[in-house]
Design a binder for this molecule. Structure first.
Ligand code: AMP
Ligand code: GLY
Length: 425
């Protein structure tokens, strides 16, 4: 089969790595890819949201399966366009991708189908939002409705901060149309965990739960990032809790969408807070998480291609999905300054030494080839991933990989999985 992956980060590198292991994959392409993906797939210089060019490429190259990594193409309707052209593609249609692209859509669905989530109200009028904020009092969470590259959420510890966030979004239009509606939400406390599931619109098959680290610095300090590391399975989500999440959250979400006339096919990501009252949804994503994907896929024993085909054909109920009895951990190496401004083009050394370590895989997040060198080309540069019989073993190997790699200004967290260690102690 000829497979095309859309995207250019660590998640897509992990997808390429896993799909390449399928005996049925003959040819792998990635648009646009990166220097690491280029070792596994033929990279084509087409951006993820250039739908017409992607469609033309898939037609010309007779692509048998297209796998979409990031949310932007899904929100832009790539799946609808490919389906119209009768090209098989893994991911939800545009109307179902609103689950991530519109937080108010997600909130309405959760409310209607009684899926546990934070209490909230949606506003387009700043005065009304501010009146509600004053009535509720801090802490509160203010969220832009649309896609804002992970920057549209403000956890406000004071009423003033919440008001400022509302003004920024609704009046100053800091997020453009994505902030034309805001959600003001109850502040939840507890452990955060990511539960993803394969679904064909009827059957839901959860993946091993993962935890990521959004803060830039050790001890969960500093600004929010796309994710500085992850590990799976997350011990905080016990098998009993996972069953509860499946029963109270994942299945009702998919069933609710179906009742709304939307068949959700692809991977559904529920970002959860494990509150004293039970798991509640913080957000949905309509794709694999990054860097969660980098730790989930090394735990997957089954052939990912077979699962994806079963999802597309609505045959997930007949598919067995098996997992290795192992733990995986990933440490992200970022450019100096990330998530603020950073420089690119720094030469990366030690990649081969790290990759030669057993059970270590260096997924590239933001890299490019420059002459014979691999250089930095993004904020998150590498996702150094390893696995082993225990989480400790996986972590030790991942950090061994990290210490073999060098580039000017490289920054990484040294405390990945600190919460899991606290659970197991
Ligand atoms: P989101 O993009 O919706 O996942 O939000 C980003 C981060 O904000 C989450 O990972 C949480 O740490 C935090 N967050 C979002 N919603 C809430 C909430 N209702 N209560 C507390 N923290 C939240
Ligand atoms: N790691 C969080 C996300 O992919 O949105």
């Amino acid at each position: 089969m000829r497979v095309l992956i859309v995207g250019h980060g660590g998640r897509e590198h992990a997808l390429a790595w896993k799909l390449k292991q399928s005996p049925r994959v003959d040819q792998l392409y990635c648009a646009p890819g990166n220097a690491g993906i280029a070792e596994l797939a033929q990279c084509v210089n087409i951006g993820g949201t250039e739908l017409d060019r992607l469609l033309a490429f898939a037609r010309e190259q007779k692509i048998d399966l297209t796998v979409v990594g990031p949310e932007a193409p899904l929100a832009a309707g790539i799946v609808d366009a490919f389906q119209r052209a009768e090209l098989p593609i893994f991911g939800p249609v545009q109307a179902a991708a609103r689950l991530e692209a519109s937080k108010s859509f997600a909130k309405t669905l959760m409310h209607k189908y009684r899926i546990p989530t934070a209490e909230s109200r949606t506003f387009t009028d700043a005065e009304a939002a501010i009146a509600y904020i004053r009535e509720k009092g801090a802490p509160l969470v203010v969220k832009a409705d649309g896609l804002a590259s992970g920057k549209g959420v403000v956890v406000a510890q004071t009423v003033a901060e919440a008001e400022q966030a509302v003004e920024g979004m609704l009046l100053k239009k800091e997020f453009g149309p994505a902030g034309a509606r805001v959600i003001v939400e109850e502040y939840l406390t507890g452990e955060e965990v990511s539960v993803l599931a394969f679904t064909d619109g009827n059957t839901v098959v959860p993946l091993v739960p993962a935890q990521d680290h959004k803060a830039a610095y050790d001890g969960d300090q500093g600004p929010n990032t796309g994710g500085m590391g992850a590990y799976a399975p997350a011990p905080v989500l016990t098998p009993e809790l996972l069953k509860q999440v499946e029963r109270e959250i994942l299945q009702p979400t998919i069933d609710g969408l179906r009742q709304e006339g939307l068949l959700y096919r692809g991977v559904l990501y529920a970002g959860l807070m494990l509150t004293a009252e039970g798991p509640k949804v913080l957000e949905y994503n309509v794709r694999f998480g990054d860097p969660e994907c980098q730790v989930i896929l090394p735990c997957l024993q089954s052939d990912l291609l077979e699962i994806m085909l079963a999802v597309i054909h609505g045959e997930l109920a007949g598919q067995t999905v098996t997992w290795h009895d192992r733990h995986a951990a990933c440490v992200v190496m970022a450019s100096a300054g990330y998530p603020g401004p950073y420089q690119t083009g720094k030469i990366i050394t030690g990649l081969d030494q790290a990759a030669a370590l057993p059970e270590v895989c260096v997924f590239h997040a933001g890299t490019a080839t420059q002459g014979k060198n691999v250089v930095t080309a993004g904020g998150r540069v590498l996702a150094v991933t390893a696995w082993g019989e225990t989480l400790q073993a996986a972590l030790a190997k991942a950090y061994r990989g990290v210490s073999a790699i060098h580039f000017d200004g490289a920054h990484y967290r040294t405390d990945i999985a600190h919460r899991a260690k606290a659970v197991s102690q």
